[in-house]
Design a protein around this ligand. Sequence first.
Ligand code: DQA
Length: 151
Amino acid sequence: MKPIRRLLVVLHGANLDLLGERPVAHYGRITLRELEELVAAEAARWGWDCVCRQTNYEGEFIELIHRHRYAGALLVNPGAWTHYSYAIRDALELVQAPVAEVHLSDIAKREPWRRHSVISEVVTFTISGKGADGYLEAVRRLIAGDGTDRP
Ligand code: DQA
């Protein structure tokens, strides 16, 4: 099956529904809704549609990856699952589209257990520590790539 062109799917994992209430030093004051609106507006600027989903259930996150594996591009922030979910890693490995891993905070400069991402090997690129700007950069890079090739 050919990827669905010009559809960006944005998936947020555990606890990201409470952005705005989470520690400001790491995540800023932006809410998830505001972040999703920014991302959708950036995608629209380039003529892409955007679907945004958030879940606190790992199995549902995996099913969302399965469902959207033929989208034009995926942007994922799995939250804490980033650091230990081999099941999410395996699901992302099946995705045909380019995948951006994005973190609001700089996970490389936080607690030791947060410094490792088990998904980074199977994504196209990772952006960490740039807040909402990192999301917009990821959207532009995904859309500019406009392809399915992994690096
Ligand atoms: C996060 C970083 C993770 O370590 C954390 O568990 C999150 C958010 C980020 O966006 O910086 O929930 O992915």
